[in-house]
Design a protein around this ligand. Structure first.
Ligand code: MG
Ligand code: ZN
Length: 219
C-alpha cells in the first residue's frame, strides 16, 4: 500500500518534470540539478563556477533551501538572475516547486541554469525536476564510504565533484577510495576532484560544463 502511494507521488512529479523540460527546451536552457549533503559546498562551488564562466555563458540560478535567503543573496551579489525557493521543511525540491518559479526568471536570456537542491544525500535523487544533468558534490570530510551507503544519488548523477581536497592531509579518507567506491556504484560517473578554497581542479569542471552547454545548443 505504501509503495503505491509513493509511486503515485513520483509519477505526478514525473509529469510536471516533463512540462518543465519542455519549457527549458523552448528557451534553450541547459539545466543542472546540483545535489549534496548539507555543508559539502554546493553554494561555494556555484559561486566559484559562476565567477569563472559568467562572461562566456549567461547563467541563472534557482536556490532551494528549507528556509532563508542567504544563499540566494550570495549568488545575487555576482549579478546573475536568481530566485529562492523555501521548501518550508521539505527536504528536497520537486518538479512542481521548480515549475512555480519559472516565470520569475528571464529564461530566454539564460543558457545555463543551475538548480541548487536542498542539502540532503537521499531523496533529492528521487525527484526529477526537468534537468539535463544531475551533478553531485561530496566533500572529502564526509568519508569514503558514502557512495556505498547512499548509492542512489551517485547512480543518478552524471558528474561527481569531490570537494575540499585541500583538507585531505588532515583526514583518514583518501581520494582514491572515494573515487573507486563511487565508480563501483556508477561506472559511468564523471569525477572531478576540486578545492573551492584553492581553486585546484575547478577549470576541468568548468570546461566540462561549457562543453555540455555547447553540445546542447548544436542538438
Ligand atoms: Mg547552499
Ligand atoms: Zn526529501
Amino acid at each position: 500500500m505504501k509503495i503505491r502511494v509513493v509511486n503515485r507521488i513520483l509519477e505526478a512529479n514525473e509529469r510536471i518534470a516533463e512540462q518543465n523540460r519542455e519549457v527549458f527546451q523552448r528557451h534553450g536552457n541547459f539545466v543542472v540539478n546540483l545535489m549534496s549533503a548539507p555543508g559539502a559546498g554546493k553554494t561555494t562551488l556555484l559561486l566559484r563556477t559562476i565567477e569563472m564562466l559568467k562572461e562566456r555563458v549567461p547563467v541563472g540560478v534557482i536556490e532551494g533551501d528549507i528556509t532563508g535567503t542567504t544563499d540566494a543573496e550570495r549568488i545575487g551579489a555576482l549579478g546573475v538572475p536568481v530566485v529562492q525557493i523555501n521548501t518550508d521543511g521539505a527536504c528536497h525540491l520537486d518538479a512542481n516547486m521548480i515549475n512555480s518559479v519559472l516565470s520569475e526568471l528571464p529564461l530566454s536570456e539564460i543558457r545555463l541554469l543551475f538548480i541548487e537542491n536542498v542539502g540532503n544525500l537521499v531523496c533529492p535523487a528521487e525527484f526529477h525536476v526537468g534537468e539535463d544533468m544531475k551533478a553531485m558534490i561530496l566533500s572529502v570530510a564526509e568519508g569514503d564510504d558514502k557512495p556505498l551507503k547512499y548509492p542512489l544519488m551517485f547512480q543518478e548523477s552524471e558528474v561527481l565533484v569531490i570537494n575540499k581536497i585541500d583538507l585531505l592531509p588532515h583526514l583518514d579518507s583518501d581520494l582514491d577510495s572515494i573515487r573507486s567506491n563511487a565508480l563501483r556504484v556508477n561506472p559511468s560517473l564523471r569525477v572531478f576532484a576540486v578545492s573551492c578554497k584553492t581553486g585546484e581542479g575547478l577549470t576541468d569542471w568548468v570546461e566540462y560544463l561549457l562543453k555540455r552547454v555547447e553540445d546542447r545548443k548544436s542538438n
